[in-house]
Design a protein around this ligand. Structure first.
Ligand code: THU
Length: 162
């Protein structure tokens, strides 16, 4: 007999930056400040990301494009891999993402599938949820755990090699 299943999750929408914690407001200001460093000459879509770590450090990333298009990397993964090198054993508490297309702040940012996969690897490794904050300009969306963004993930449990 077949079974119908359902997946749903809670997330929070903030109407203004002022509703966020001081740390979250700092994530926004750091992501805004670093945004112009994005290297996006092909898409003109400048993405910046900032992490907040349990040791109080902030780690930023911006997208890095390449003439051989698939060789580029998203802002989120640049920040995460940087943290993986600089602070390999420190828990990542939050990641904020924002984007601009040319001069216009982009109000529909959402992490791509590959970044969700990488974020979830970090979340699973540390055994603690990473909050994802999407800065949309007029409002901010908070997702409480990366696993909400990637049901049916392929993770180490799906590998044959244990
Ligand atoms: N990009 C990111 O950096 N993060 C995202 O979440 C979405 C897409 C980058 C990749 C590419 O450099 C440009 O945005 C257009 O897709």
């Amino acid at each position: 007999m077949s079974q119908l299943k359902e997946f749903s999750f809670r997330y929070e929408i903030f109407e203004s930056e002022t509703e966020l914690s001081e740390i979250e407001q700092t994530l926004i200001s750091k992501a805004k400040a670093i945004n112009e460093k994005a290297y996006a000459p092909y898409s003109n879509f400048l993405v910046s990301s900032c992490l907040y770590l349990a040791n109080g450090e902030f780690v930023e990333g911006v997208n890095q494009e390449n003439a051989a298009y698939p060789s580029g990397l998203c802002a989120e993964r640049v920040a995460l891999f940087r943290a993986g090198v600089q602070f390999p054993d420190v828990v990542i508490e939050k990641i904020l993402i924002m984007a601009r297309h040319r001069e216009v702040l982009w109000k529909h940012i959402s992490p791509c599938g590959a970044c969700r996969q990488v974020m979830l690897e970090f979340e699973n490794k540390q055994g603690r949820a990473i909050e994802v904050l999407l800065y949309m300009g007029e409002h901010i969306v908070k997702i409480f755990s990366v696993q909400d963004l990637l049901p049916f993930v392929f993770s180490k449990d799906n590998l044959l090699i244990k």
